[in-house]
Design a protein around this ligand. Structure first.
Ligand code: EZ4
Ligand code: CO
Length: 403
């Protein structure tokens, strides 16, 4: 058996913060896992160093499920993003090790490929509709088959999803949370016009997506979904905060626009009702924030029984290690829907050399043994941690809203 002899965390900031766990075995094979929790990176780093790594030493690295159960049940305090990101990092690293020892890419261990590649969606955005659609056309030229559209709400600076740099979007850009303003009325008025113009200019073949980013009440979301129906969206994402799963019944009663939710979920229990009652169409839980490949596999199997497909979160705060894990998972499950793909900067790609490649609107994890993603520790050490927080949003009267 490959015995775990050491493990360590690596924190680096090649443009943004990433926490990576590296597990070493007595056979000389190591594995890596992503443990990045945007804006709370040191909390997961401490959880791993203080509470997880000491428990791993001496264990059989092949016992992925048992180690998962040990960390989940053994903590007594179950779930939560910090705990689940830490467990996820261990899980990814162990799949990486198993793949390297077997000489197989992880997707082969998960049952093999169900498709030739993983359809991804890119992010097109702009302050104006015209600018957003210029960007979308640029994505279409690069071969993307699915594009998320976000545009500035007139009269509101700092709209979610709109970035100054057209190819890279990094919302965690401030030492303390930046304050933005929000008006539901203005947003509900301006958004349908974006999709009307998009269909006119981009045609009917592209999949179009939109992220509401937790801003609406259920009845407001029902209204937006209805207004967007003529433009046949692939999905409307995070229409309302989802702590109250039953609230999605209201949205469902009012619109046939497909619904996606779950990038902040950390276990199957966050979406049990959403899936069981078929209140959503796509579940967006990710490997890093929802307990790794092992837990996502269970979640996806449960979702498959209820006609729910996957759409893993893939923003830049999920490291290339998580992207690698997601692609092996996406390739191997029957009910894959789409994978979010926000490209990392060249600095980040250099710190995390990887086997996954993009072509014709699809990503493929590659055939390197394990996850096919590595970390250049010398380069990582050149970029020390820098505190960076996501913004907050306030309504026009100054009260707090959901960002
Ligand atoms: O705001 O990843 O769909 N993507 C998103 C992202 C999230 C960030 C938060 O860490 O909603 O932009
Ligand atoms: Co989102």
């Amino acid at each position: 058996m490959p015995k775990i002899i050491a493990a360590k965390t690596i924190v680096t900031c090649p443009g943004r913060n990433f926490v990576t766990l590296k597990i070493m075995t007595d056979e000389g094979v190591y594995g890596i896992g992503d443990a990045t929790l945007n804006g709370r990176e040191p909390a997961v780093e401490a959880y791993l160093s203080e509470h997880v790594i000491p428990c791993l030493i001496g264990r059989d690295a092949h016992q992925i499920e048992d180690i998962w159960q040990y960390l989940y049940r053994g903590a007594y305090w179950r779930r939560g993003p910090v705990t689940m990101a830490a467990i996820a990092a261990v899980d990814m690293a162990l799949w990486d090790i198993k793949g390297k020892i077997a000489g197989l890419p992880v997707y082969q261990l998960l049952g093999g490929a169900c498709r030739t590649g993983v359809m991804v969606y890119g992010h097109a955005n702009g302050e104006t509709i015209e600018e957003t659609l210029d960007n979308a056309a640029h994505y279409a030229e690069q071969g993307y088959k699915a594009i998320r559209l976000q545009t500035g709400v007139p009269g509101m600076s700092g709209t979610y999803g709109v970035s100054k740099d057209k190819m890279f979007y990094e919302p965690a850009d401030s030492d303390l949370p930046k304050e933005t303003i929000w008006s539901t009325e203005r947003y509900l008025r301006s958004t349908p016009a974006l999709f009307e113009a998009a269909r006119l200019r981009l045609g009917d073949d592209l999949h179009l997506l939109h992220d509401v980013h937790h801003r609406l009440t259920p009845i407001e979301a029902g209204r937006l979904g209805k207004d967007l129906e003529p433009y046949r969206l692939f999905w409307m994402e995070d229409a309302t905060p989802a702590e109250n799963q039953a609230s999605f019944r209201i949205i469902r009663q009012h619109t046939t626009t497909p619904l996606a939710v779950g990038e902040i979920f950390n276990s199957i229990w966050d979406c049990k009702q959403l899936i069981e009652e078929q209140l959503i169409d796509y579940i967006r839980a990710t490997a890093v924030h929802a307990g790794g490949i092992t837990h996502l596999k269970k979640l996806a199997a449960f979702a498959d029984l209820h006609h729910v497909r996957t759409g893993c979160h893939g923003a830049t705060d999920l490291s290339p290690v998580c992207m690698g894990a997601a692609l092996h998972f996406d390739l191997s499950i029957p009910n894959f829907g789409v994978q979010e793909y926000m490209r990392h900067t060249p600095e980040t790609d250099a710190v995390f050399p990887h086997a996954y490649t993009f072509s014709d609107g699809m990503l493929h994890p590659g055939d390197a043994p394990g996850l096919g993603v590595d970390i250049d520790e010398d380069l990582a050490a050149k970029y020390p941690y820098k505190r960076a927080y996501l913004p907050i949003a306030r309504r026009l009267d100054g009260s707090m809203h959901d960002w």
